[in-house]
Design a binder for this molecule. Sequence first.
Ligand code: CAA
Length: 412
Amino acid sequence: MPAQLIGIDALSFAGPDAYLALRDLATARGVDPAKFTVGLGQHGMAIASPCEDPVTMAVAAGRKALSGFDIDPEQIGTLIVGTETGIDHSKPVAVYAHELLGLSQHCRTFETKHACYGAMAGLTASMDWIGCGRARGRKALVIASDIASYGLNTPGEPTQGAGAVAMVVSDAPRLLTIDPDYIGDYTRQVMDFWRPLYSKYAVADGHYSIECYLDALVGALNDATSQHDHAQACPDPVACLYHIPFVRMAFKAHQRYVEHCSGQALNADHASGWQSLNDDYAQRVRPWLSLNAQIGNIYTGSLFLSLIDLLRQQAASMAGQPISLFSYGSGCGATYCIGRVADAAGQWTAQLDPADDLKRRRRLSIDEYEHLIEQNQTADQQTSLTPEEFGHRQGLYYVGTRDHQRQYRALG
Ligand code: CAA
């Protein structure tokens, strides 16, 4: 029996109202700006205020995905929020989002956690839910929502960011189908990046985390292809999308991918090999990294932000073409899969393009940024926050915790 076509039917990004330019951070830290803009490939990072949290961003992205793609909230039968940045040891971000998005009481709702891998876990779990017949014609809403925090003056500081990506998963996807024959998984217990319960900041063994990421890419890729004989080898993707903790990581990932496919590691003597890798990267990877370069690491949503970037530019010209997606979560878990751009995707580019929202963001000074980072440390214990004080005018905001309960208020 041919596999059902399941995949992504709607996509949307929402993020904080302010950002820091990495040139400003480099100047403040006494670092050559090229280290951040070229060495890491980052130009900006979205910075959340104490009133912006994984709930407010998840709800903003979820609303845009539902309204932009004309989806009735009643049609959602599963809601999964993937996040590294939980706001409660027990209560999921998802149940706040469930209420604020007006979803049905018969909607199954939960949170997934595995560092940056939670949304891919949610996407594949939703595909299984639909594929086994439990969905009864309904769709799943999967939201990735995170604030990446390493703390001031740390090596991870230039790789922070914040934002949410919402995607609706259905059996009639308008944007991307995912091929169940080419999904590969990989898991290994490693201490490359984690966040103890007592800490707001992630602990990262940065260079080791890069090695773990690259090993996981090969591991997941092997699993995706191992079930097939050579004649059915993985389709050659026209675009390769990776988890993006910082933009330059995509180059390292693509190098490992190309070396794996060719069976040959590049070395310093390989001038033509490097030239062809650079050309291939410029064609199949770099064009879809511009949103990540402006927004920074959004953990669970980073891969899907790159997918938004691809679809807003090339959805029509890539209709029917295979693309690859690689999700990596430290700790570690990973999935590599092949999707195909849907024929109708080109009709939805305006709905998923966040360019106008990004233009409206406020550029922070270093003092404002450092002040926000300090205030974010104690936001959970504040009883009364005023969103207007942080320049917020419109949207849903966290306004403090009273009687141990988080409070939210809509502005505008
Ligand atoms: N001009 C141009 N390039 C420069 C430069 C300059 N003046 N100075 C340095 N560079 C280059 C370096 O050569 C290096 O590039 P290569 O890796 O290609 O050689 C790059 O800039 C970064 O320099 P360093 O390695 O010296 O930087 P660092 O040690 O200060 O930290 C980091 C880099 C390890 C990524 C750090 O930012 C970090 O710990 N980040 C958080 C962890 C992370 O993002 N890990 C990624 C994999 S894990 C994952 O993906 C999950 C997740 O989301 C966290």
